[in-house]
Design a binder for this molecule. Structure first.
Ligand code: FE
Length: 197
């Protein structure tokens, strides 16, 4: 990896939230960092376990790390696969309980549009736009396959917080508030290649 390997993971994440995170979030009324902090805070308020609070907080990290491959492509109408990019990047430090829901949170949106009447109507305008880019609602067959994936239910939970985390009036705790949660989840083994648990 590049220079970011020299920073301790939580310091690096804090820097990303403060830096790239202050960018606007695909036309939503909150910044990218506010959106992710709100998702983490909603998970926490719901009494979610640590791994889900972390997954909600970090679910769009693929946008941050995607200065090169991310937002511009999305805005240009191509799926940037930010969920997979983010999950792969996080896998150096966090296990599948965290990275799984991050990986599946876009699929969970496509799933909910197929499985839950009325869900589509809840989506923000920007989210409807990206849904099209991401492949649209799943077919019934795809939805059944999704339900069988490990972490699918967790991804759906993250997706629901994701959808609500776009409120300009919602004041969240800062990144530092979540550090103890992330600390408890950090893998203690030496970091392997991306994707290794
Ligand atoms: Fe999001």
């Amino acid at each position: 990896m590049s220079a970011d390997a020299d920073l301790r993971p939580l310091d690096l994440l804090a820097e990303l939230f403060a830096g790239e995170g202050s960018a606007e979030y695909l036309g939503e009324p909150v910044t990218q960092a506010e959106h992710m902090l709100q998702a983490g805070a909603l998970a926490e308020a719901a009494g979610a376990p640590d791994h889900l609070v972390a997954a909600a907080l970090l679910h769009d990290i693929g946008h941050f790390h995607g200065t090169v491959t991310g937002r511009d492509l999305m805005e240009g109408g191509l799926d940037n696969r930010h969920s997979h990019t983010g999950a792969d990047w996080l896998a150096r430090w966090f296990g599948p309980a965290v990275t799984g829901p991050v990986r599946l949170h876009v699929a969970a949106k496509r799933y909910l549009c197929a499985a839950e009447p009325g869900y589509f109507a809840l989506l923000s305008e920007a989210s409807v736009h990206t849904l099209g880019v991401q492949g649209g609602p799943m077919t019934a067959e795809q939805a059944r396959a999704f339900e069988g994936l490990p972490g699918a239910a967790d991804a759906v939970a993250v997706r629901r917080w994701d959808e609500r985390a776009k409120d300009p009036e919602f004041t969240t705790p800062d990144f530092g508030h979540f550090r103890p949660v992330l600390e408890r989840l950090l893998l203690t083994a030496p970091s392997g290649p991306a994707g290794a648990p």
